[in-house]
Write a protein that binds this ligand. Structure first.
Ligand code: NAD
Length: 496
């Protein structure tokens, strides 16, 4: 069986303390194995990044950016292959994988403006004959740890910006679908990136903990579940590293009585069931304001869901594919069981669908639950599957209170035709990314991405302008060149 290895100092290595099966979720068959790096292998990757750093740090930003221009072109040329690899290991349908790749490429485009982004700030004559400027210097070796659900896009949130800022990088992608990530690393080498600037290690907790504790690693970007994000943030910062750790989510959409119902239902379907609900921005809870809104939504969603198709990633007529593993399929179905036991109404039941010819695949059909309450586990926890839950409330204030009380604060959305209500909502809701009639308000690459509350540990968001700040240290220089013959006297008061 093919072993998916690591990419260290420009070479593939299959050094492993152990291996783990990689499944094709559409068929349920193990197709490859991934080499899990022990601490020694991770240390080699860090050493390669540390060795490449001094020269890369001094490479002009315009030269670094030119490599990113080449990389963008190669990503576009190889889009079909990248999406095929994403599909084989993640299960995403090609149209969805293309969307992921396009969002990733937009981050590479942003990284192409490195010379502009790194210009710094300058003031002439902050005092008589004194000039001052701030410049943004790289951190050194930076690590990234990424989740399974965006094996191309989330790594592209991180390493292009880190690298154009002059850092070198060690990436630990998800061990469940690493092939597309390794493939794009090869394209970056083809684009002209010197050896050692980007290294990839596959592994589990041992690999991650090595990155978190090694003194040569100066910064850590993490995206994944909240329980791991918190561990990463605490360990990395206790070891003196800068850290941003993005976690899980429970994204609510409020539907007001004046909303355009047809449009709302269409938007909800895509945002709840696209990618099998395995998106940190997936809309998983609808808060219906008033029973009339709830009843209309239930009936319209139910009939629209009858036409949804779940099936293998290689059939592009499917709306969404399988979930990532058999264990995850069971976990998602267990949440539906528990909601039902807790009193929720199962309006559309996606448990154990029969997909002809692919009976062993990890499929869960689109599921709609009504009469969900905030005391149910299925409401409190992130399900990360194609399950949409309806909570009924009497007023917009109650709807907003529900959202503000939730432990997560990643994304949210309101459907309404009332501008004043929308403005009040966006102003007062305790969530990092807000949509007004936009169900998946994922910021474009030249803004930054991040949630509030337990959806993000750390101060700076991912990609965009925050990434320049995260991947650099500010240094402020104050300069005077005394004119010949002019001498300053001794002065003991604070310079002003
Ligand atoms: P995960 O937390 O299980 O894994 C993420 C990464 O952490 C992987 O590389 C994994 O190998 C590593 N890891 C797992 N357990 C670890 C441990 N105990 N110690 C150290 N490292 C460990 O997440 P996942 O299942 O791959 O991805 C789904 C989760 O990611 C969901 O919760 C989703 O909401 C979240 N996510 C968040 C965002 C965001 O931007 N906020 C984006 C995408 C996904």
């Amino acid at each position: 069986m093919t072993i998916v290895g690591h990419f260290i100092n420009g070479e593939i290595s299959t050094a492993a303390k152990d291996t783990q099966d990689i499944f094709n979720p559409s068929t349920g068959i193990a197709t490859k194995q991934v080499a899990l790096a022990g601490a020694n292998t991770v240390e080699q990757a860090i050493a390669a990044a540390a060795q490449a750093y001094p020269e890369w740090r001094n490479t002009p930003p315009a030269k670094r950016a030119r490599i990113m221009f080449n990389f963008k072109r190669l990503l576009e040329e190889h889009a079909d292959k990248i999406c095929q690899l994403i599909g084989e290991e993640h299960g995403k349908i090609k149209h969805d994988a293309m969307g992921e790749l396009q969002r990733g490429i937009e981050n590479v485009e942003y990284a192409c403006s490195a010379p502009e982004l790194l210009k710094g700030e300058h003031n002439r004559n902050v005092g008589p004959g004194i000039d001052s400027w701030s410049e943004f210097q790289p951190l050194g070796v930076v690590a990234g740890i990424t989740p399974f659900n965006f094996p191309v896009m989330v790594p592209l949130w991180m390493f292009p910006m880190a690298i154009v800022c002059g850092n070198t990088f060690v990436l630990k992608p998800s061990e469940r679908d690493p092939s597309s990530t390794l493939y794009i690393a090869n394209l970056l080498t083809e684009a002209g990136l010197p050896k050692g600037v980007l290294n990839i290690v596959n592994g589990d907790k041992e690999a991650v903990d090595t990155l978190l504790t090694d003194n040569r690693v100066k910064g850590v970007s993490f995206v994944g579940s909240t329980v791991v994000a918190e561990h990463i943030y605490r360990t990395a910062t206790a070891n003196g590293k800068r850290c941003q750790a993005l976690g899980g989510a429970k994204n609510h959409a409020i539907v007001m009585p004046d909303a355009d119902m047809e449009n709302t239902v269409n938007q909800l379907l895509g945002a709840a069931f696209g990618s099998s609900g395995e998106r940190c921005m997936a809309l998983s809870v609808v808060v219906a304001v008033g029973d009339k809104v709830a009843d209309t939504l239930v009936s319209n969603l139910q009939s629209a869901m009858a036409t949804l198709k779940v099936g293998p990633c290689f059939d592009e007529s499917n709306d969404f594919g399988p979930v990532i593993t058999q264990a995850h399929k069971q976990k998602v179905e267990a949440y539906i069981d528990s909601a039902e036991a807790d009193g929720a109404t199962v309006v559309v039941d996606g448990r154990r669908p029969k997909i002809a010819g692919h009976e062993a695949g990890f499929y869960v059909g689109a599921t709609l639950l009504d009469n969900v309450t905030n005391t149910m586990n299925s409401y409190q926890e992130e399900i990360f599957g194609p399950v949409l839950q309806i909570v009924r409330v009497d007023s917009m204030q109650d709807a907003m209170q529900l959202i503000n009380d939730h432990e997560y604060g990643n994304g949210t959305c309101i459907f309404t035709r009332d501008g004043a209500i929308a403005r009040y909502f966006s102003d007062h809701i305790e969530v990092g990314m807000v949509g007004i009639n936009v169900p998946l308000p994922v910021p474009v690459a030249y803004h930054s991405f991040g949630g509030w509350k337990r959806s993000l540990f750390g101060d700076l968001h991912a990609y965009g302008p925050d990434a320049v700040r995260f991947y650099t240290k500010r240094k402020t220089i104050t300069q005077r060149w005394p004119s010949s013959g002019v001498r300053e006297g001794v002065n003991f008061s604070f310079p002003s």
